[in-house]
Design a protein around this ligand. Structure first.
Ligand code: ZN
Length: 271
């Protein structure tokens, strides 16, 4: 049986507003979308929820948990306020999970190990709040090219091991773009069985022109997506497969409807 297709709204680019993007997805039979806090805040979580319910669309993942600085630093309270805000927003829009990547160290921390300790401290407080409202939280490891400025976890193994140190059960998001290269991916998927709360798909463009916004459409890059799909399904994941394409130089320049139609076609033929 084919898995369900989800669309991360980032895929449709910045030219379309939240409401129009949701309605476009609904018109093409998409029942699940992933969203960022920037998209939701553009109209407010309450209004976003109203639009989603009106179209019968559910939210897969809500991105993202903020970075946490050292507890005695000035940004700590602001990070905590932001953490509670994203929990509330994720609940308001009924997201299946809130996504954490470790935050954006932004060059603030050269010591990634220490940065993970700070992150764990903030995340534990967030998890307490998330538990109170019944919101699952998931950690998404990023490609190591983001080590200097975005993520704190770069392999599935690292993410799963970190999750096991936390007081609450935290799931993981498997993103083909971030993890396709990892020689331990097969073993690590086995270790992640029961923890996988999302599977993101796109492709790796050659040559890559931007570290952040040059993901390719499925079938236009070098990732063996049918193999990854088989592995993720063998690890027990049964949820939607979510297209997540950041593409400033290509897909975001096209009409969102063309991008969406291509996602649907390629999902059927190349995933
Ligand atoms: Zn992702």
């Amino acid at each position: 049986m084919r898995p369900e297709l989800a669309i991360n709204l980032v895929t449709l680019g910045p030219s379309i507003d939240f409401g129009a993007a949701v309605r476009l997805c609904a018109a093409y039979g998409i029942q699940h979308i992933g969203v960022t806090k920037e998209q939701v805040r553009s109209i407010g979580a309450g209004e976003a929820n109203r639009v989603l319910r009106g179209e019968g669309i559910s939210v897969t993942g809500y991105a993202r948990v903020p970075a946490f600085p050292r507890r005695d630093e000035g940004g700590w309270q602001a990070a905590l306020d932001e953490a509670f805000r994203v929990v509330d927003e994720a609940r308001t829009i009924g997201a299946a999970t809130l996504i954490a990547t470790g935050g954006q160290s932004g060059g603030e921390y050269k010591d990634l190990h220490r940065a993970r300790l700070y992150f764990a401290e903030g995340l534990e407080i967030l998890l307490h709040r998330a538990r109170q409202v019944g919101l699952p939280v998931s950690l998404e490891p990023l490609h190591p090219m983001y080590a200097a400025d975005r993520g704190l976890f770069f392999t599935l193994r690292q993410a799963v091991d970190f999750c096991h140190t936390l007081p609450d059960k935290v799931g993981v998001i498997v993103d083909a773009y971030h993890l396709w290269w990892d020689p331990n991916f097969v073993d690590d998927l086995t270790r992640a069985t029961g923890l996988i709360r999302g599977y993101h798909i796109s492709d790796w463009r050659l040559p890559t022109r931007s570290l952040l916004t040059d993901r390719a459409m499925m079938g236009d890059g070098c990732i063996d997506l049918p193999r990854l799909r088989r592995l993720v399904e063998e690890a027990g994941y049964r949820g939607p497969h979510e297209v997540e394409i950041f593409s400033e130089l290509d897909w975001w320049k096209r009409a969102p409807e063309e991008t969406l139609k291509t996602c649907i076609e390629r999902f059927a033929t190349h995933c």
